[in-house]
Ligand binder design. Structure first.
Ligand code: DGJ
Length: 731
């Protein structure tokens, strides 16, 4: 890994583990993109830029009709100087002009990777792991400096990018657009992969041809959202799980974003990603800086599996932090689907007792324990215990769990406020709202204005108070609505469009403070399920409730789609009752188990109502999960059959030391005249021999990979199979 500056050609060559990224300073100090792809040893200008005199082109140098920013592949682009494609930044000056012209001034190459200011990011543990290039661009007339940051890593095919804007003039400048990265490709031979969905239907995979013009994903909801994920990948038409090129972009951010792809008139493709410029501004006073969140770009020449391996490894080892990063996650029971708001201390204790008998390790008390919250009409913001439901407080429940040898966890929805709450009566201006209009509720609640320091301080103190007074080792951090009537009473009119980003900065500040103050608490983020399942949240909270949809069959797609970016250890996956509360489906407990055991296992049903047969099955699931937990949570995950392509789904896990393999197969509907599936496992050591722990059959890794296991024909809907192998040499 290294970053090489060739002063003869003015090129930067960034080399990661297996990838090269190259750009050049050209006439006028513009940055031209030259190459991103498979690693090369030396770059010797084999693909120089083509300068052609084209129609409708503006020429910044009157002496050269062939030089136009509209036809040059670039690194960081603007509108107004002749490039009519997607701009990456736009700045308004006090004189009203939005014309800026940032050009190269200098650069620095240094070891390591600097942290981002108040923002989550990928990190290094030692400076030797990565190298960073900082390219400084300036526009004297506008009084603006931009530092483009690129980091490459020894062990990853990853490039991270962020930009710092600095006001070096003496007037305010108004950032209207400040994206984090763009890349220009010299062809349009791509398909686009994105993730989309809704509440209870997150992370569907969409793959489509790109077409001339702009196509995009975005959110203007105040959160990264379940509707579109802050991710996109360009793949070749023939790219599969294991073959073909993939260029991917994932935004480490939890708020409004955009990811855009533009195919231009000459069949070049531009990708740009960053904070959504729609409804955004940032007033930058003289001397002040603004840093954009980070985009993590990966290159794979071996298909989507390799892309996912990069993200999984990078995010588990260099994004997630804290004491739980490398710790097995507890198997939990959450009372939400068991009781909803209708519980008392006795009911909770009965659930805890049943959970203990089954081998469950953590009890999580969900919504409804505070204020006077018997439904979702009231009390958000009043973070004090409801003595009617829990007369002896949280302490009583926590110590009951603790005495039985279980841990205790608690639900919060810190970012929200109910109009029927003490907090709202005392601070009606603490919610996001605009002057002279009644705020719009969602799930009967309003969003707290986290752009305000006093609100952030209140939240930190009220949550810290509960965490320090009770033996709480887990927190579920929920967030159940998007922003409307966006505005803050604490900000001047010219800064109102700063609110969504200031909110996210406030949220990050709160989370940073709490996770550092309570390093032994495991935080799980949630936004009505996977509504804010993004890399920004994972920096603070190493796992996320993947979806409110606990139906095993729906979960196949949700977990499969999520796995494109995020590893199984980050995915909360619970076994719930049947008929399922979200879709009414009845599925075998075994199948529900296999789906949930493919993530961070938990239960979410009334355990006191289980039959003896169900108890036996669940006991078995739990002890099996404990046996394979390290492989599921810390091993490699490979997708085998996609639920988006048919009736069957399969995936397998390989332990870090390659000695254990766990494979799951699911078939949704039984079919009459169908072929017999052969399940070919992935990622095993071909030279090891593996024993199937249930049948004692022995197969070579190569046989399992290339020949595969012939599956039985089962005449039932919603079936699943699990295969558990150990390497024979170590068995
Ligand atoms: C939405 C979450 O996703 C659910 O799991 C549950 O915690 C409810 N909120 C509680 O209101």
């Amino acid at each position: 890994m290294s970053i090489i500056f060739d002063s003869h050609n003015n090129t930067f060559h960034l080399q990661g583990k297996n990838t090269s990224y190259i750009f050049q300073v050209i006439r006028g100090g513009y940055l031209a993109h030259l190459y991103w792809g498979h690693k090369i040893r030396n770059y010797n200008m084999s693909n120089p830029l083509s300068f052609i005199d084209r129609g409708f082109c503006a020429n910044p140098f009157a002496d050269d009709r062939k030089f136009s920013l509209d036809t040059i592949p670039q690194e960081y682009t603007t509108y107004g100087n002749g490039d009519f494609r997607i701009p990456t930044y736009e700045i308004q000056l006090e004189n009203g002009s939005t014309i800026t012209n940032l050009t190269y001034v200098s650069h620095k190459i240094f070891k390591g990777k600097p942290a981002l200011n108040g923002l989550p990011s990928v990190y290094t543990l030692s400076d030797d792991e990565a190298e960073t290039l900082e390219v400084t661009l300036e526009d004297d007339i506008a009084g603006v400096r931009a530092m483009l940051l690129y980091t490459v890593f020894n062990d990853f095919n990853v490039i991270t990018r962020s930009v710092i804007f600095e006001n070096i003039g003496c007037e305010n400048i108004n950032l209207l657009r400040a994206l984090s990265a763009s890349v220009d490709f010299r062809d349009d031979d791509f398909q686009l992969i994105t993730l989309y969905g809704s509440h209870t239907n997150e992370k569907n995979i969409c793959r489509r041809n790109i077409v001339p013009g702009i196509q995009m994903v975005d959110s203007a909801r105040g959160a990264s959202s379940p509707q579109q994920a802050p991710f996109l990948a360009l793949v070749r038409n023939n790219t599969t799980e294991t073959t073909g090129e993939v260029y991917s972009f994932n935004f480490v951010y939890s708020g409004n974003f955009t990811g855009q792809v533009e195919v231009d008139q000459y069949k070049n493709t531009r990708v740009a990603m960053g904070i959504n410029p729609f409804q955004f501004n940032w007033m930058l006073e003289p001397g002040k800086c603004f840093q954009t969140p980070e985009v993590v770009m990966t290159y794979s020449s071996n298909g989507l599996d390799e892309m996912s391996q990069e993200y999984h490894k990078l995010y588990t080892t260099r994004l997630c932090r804290g004491s739980f990063k490398n710790k097995p996650r507890p198997i939990l029971i959450n009372n939400w689907e068991a009781t909803y708001f209708d519980f008392n201390a006795e009911k909770l204790k009965d659930i805890i007792k049943s959970a203990k008998d089954l081998g469950i390790e953590l009890f999580v008390l969900d919504d409804g324990w505070f204020g006077k919250r018997d439904n979702d009409l009231s009390s958000l913001g009043d973070w004090f215990v409801d003595k009617k439901k829990l007369p002896n407080g949280l302490e009583d429940i926590a110590s009951y769990a603790n005495i039985l040898g279980m841990e205790f966890g608690l639900w919060f929805e810190p970012e929200m406020i109910s109009q029927d709450s003490e907090l709202y009566r005392n601070h009606p201006d603490w919610c996001i709202h605009t002057p002279n209009r009644d705020p719009i509720v969602g799930r009967n609640q309003l969003v707290l204005d986290l752009s305000r320091h006093d609100v952030c301080d209140y939240l930190i103190e009220s949550i810290a108070d509960i965490l320090s007074k009770n033996n709480i080792t887990y927190v579920k951090w929920d967030m159940n609505r998007h922003m409307t009537h966006i505005g803050s009473s604490a900000l001047e009119p010219s800064r109102q469009r700063e609110v969504p980003h200031r909110y996210i900065l406030g949220l990050y500040h709160i989370m940073e403070t709490l996770v550092s103050r309570f390093p032994n608490v495991l935080f799980e983020s949630c936004s009505s399920g996977g509504g804010r399942f993004d890399a920004g949240m994972l920096y603070y909270m190493p796992q996320t409730w993947t979806s409110d949809n606990t139906d095993a069959i729906c979960r196949l797609k949700i977990q499969y789609g999520t796995s494109l970016l995020y590893p199984p250890i980050t995915m909360g996956a619970h076994i719930s009752t049947c008929p399922n509360h979200q879709v009414g489906r009845i599925t075998p407990l075994e199948t529900r188990g296999h789906v949930a055991m493919s993530g961070n296992l938990g239960y979410e049903l009334d355990l006191t109502k289980l039959t003896d047969e169900e108890k036996l099955l669940i006991k078995g699931q739990i002890s099996k999960y404990k046996e394979i937990r390290n492989t599921i949570q810390f091993g490699r995950f490979h997708r085998i059959l996609s639920p988006f392509e048919g009736n069957e789904t399969a995936w397998n896990f390989i332990s870090k030391d390659e000695k254990e393999v766990v494979a799951f197969y699911f078939k949704t509907l039984s079919e009459p005249a169908t072929s017999i599936t052969t399940l070919k496992l992935k990622g095993l050591d071909p030279n090891r021999n593996y024993i199937n722990l249930d049948t004692s059959e022995i197969f070579g890794g190569d046989e399992l990979i290339h020949v595969g296991i012939t599956l039985p024909r089962i005449k039932k809907d919603f079936i699943s199979l699990m295969f558990h192998f150990k390497s024979l040499d170590d068995y």
